[in-house]
Design a protein around this ligand. Structure first.
Ligand code: SF4
Ligand code: FES
Length: 355
């Protein structure tokens, strides 16, 4: 069994933004249930002992934690490379200096669109876009590497060239263009977000051209959507192979969306060590490797390349987490994607909120 490369630490579900594609579960965890500073410090020590090299500090908005500097210091003390994934609307130069002194190595800043009006409609927070730009300036001014995260969908994909210009203008070295993945809030908003094929193809051409043009200046990562695919992605690099997440309340998960799968009890850091969860829990072993696979994955030549696709997507679309991911053209459920595409085009969002 390999060691996990990275830990996703979801510090909180609290967030000033209300993005309709948020990857948090529809049932959000409240502040009173969140892990304490000391519990996170223990999680970081256990992750490092397990072989993790880096921690992604995420949420919700990790800056909503008043102890964020202490959390970063604890991750640094454990020997982890620290990456802050933030919406940036509360990140100013003074806060950044405090986090940098605590050991912050890298910042990933989300943008919702290339212009303020579109971005603030999607994120649901007036005034957010200018504050993000100021946060980007603070990050580059402090000499920290900056990645811009742009989640794209049918309501902003036409602005992809402008998003690439924004990343350059704001001083990013890397741009992650990630098509929405449809679990949780995004699944509830699928009809408003799914792009048609011609829009996807045009965006892919924009990325290919920009990669050539900007070689040496900006690295562009591109995460494509599953709904136009014939083969699924190797989600998380395979269940329980490379990746480990801990939820705000301390659940140990093989992927950030795993709690959307019904019928699995995920261990808690309050009762189980990361090592015991990684090596011995049913939650991690259930979809590890290939022995669990049904037909048509069983015996398929791609089984050790894509690991049967995404368990959360299989559960969301078919009701069975052990089913072949419908993104695969060999899946008997592949038609579900075509049906969803045929229904796409709704204009309005259901915004993320605490229930
Ligand atoms: Fe991958 Fe399963 Fe499809 Fe084969 S049948 S390509 S293993 S998802
Ligand atoms: Fe959970 Fe793919 S998002 S396995």
């Amino acid at each position: 069994m390999d060691a996990p490369l990275a830990l996703l630490a979801e510090l909180t579900h609290r967030c000033p933004l209300r993005c309709p594609y948020c990857s948090n579960p529809v049932e959000l965890t409240r502040a009173a249930q969140e892990l304490t500073t000391g519990e996170w410090a223990r999680v970081f020590d256990e992750a490092a002992a397990l072989g993790c090299l880096q921690v992604h500090l995420s949420g919700g908005e990790p800056l909503a934690r008043r102890d964020i500097a202490e959390i970063i210091a604890a991750a640094r003390a454990a020997g982890l490379y620290t990456n802050l994934i933030t919406a940036g609307v509360t990140l100013d130069a003074a806060k950044l200096a405090e986090l940098q002194a605590a050991g912050l190595d890298h910042v990933q800043l989300s943008v919702q669109d290339a212009g303020a009006a579109g971005a603030e409609r999607i994120g649901g927070l007036p005034g957010a876009h200018a504050r993000k730009r100021d946060a980007a300036r603070a990050v580059t001014g402090a000499g920290l590497p900056l990645t811009i995260n742009a989640v794209v969908h049918r309501q902003n994909l036409h602005n992809l060239p402008a998003l690439i210009d924004l990343a350059l203008d704001w001083g990013a070295r890397r741009l992650e263009v990630a098509h929405v993945q449809y679990y949780g809030w995004a699944l509830a908003n699928r009809a408003a977000l799914l792009p048609p094929r011609d829009m996807l193809d045009a965006a892919t051409r924009v990325v290919e051209e920009a990669r050539l043009r900007l070689k040496g200046r900006l690295v562009i990562d591109y995460v494509v959507p599953d709904y136009h695919a014939v083969r699924p992605k190797a989600c998380m690099g395979g269940w329980g192979r490379r990746f480990l997440a801990v939820s705000p309340a301390g659940r140990i998960l093989p992927c950030h969306a795993a709690e959307t799968i019904p019928g699995i009890v995920f261990p808690s850091v309050r009762e189980t060590s990361l090592r015991d969860a990684w090596e011995g829990s049913d939650a991690f072993n259930r979809f590890r490797g290939t022995a669990w696979m049904p037909a048509p994955c069983r015996g398929c030549e791609h089984a050790e390349r894509d690991w049967g696709g995404c368990r959360c997507q299989a559960a969301a679309l078919t009701g069975h987490a052990a089913a072949t991911d419908p993104a695969c053209a060999l899946s008997p459920d592949h038609h579900l994607l075509g049906a969803a595409l045929a229904e796409a085009g709704a204009p309005d969002f259901t915004y993320r909120q605490f229930g």
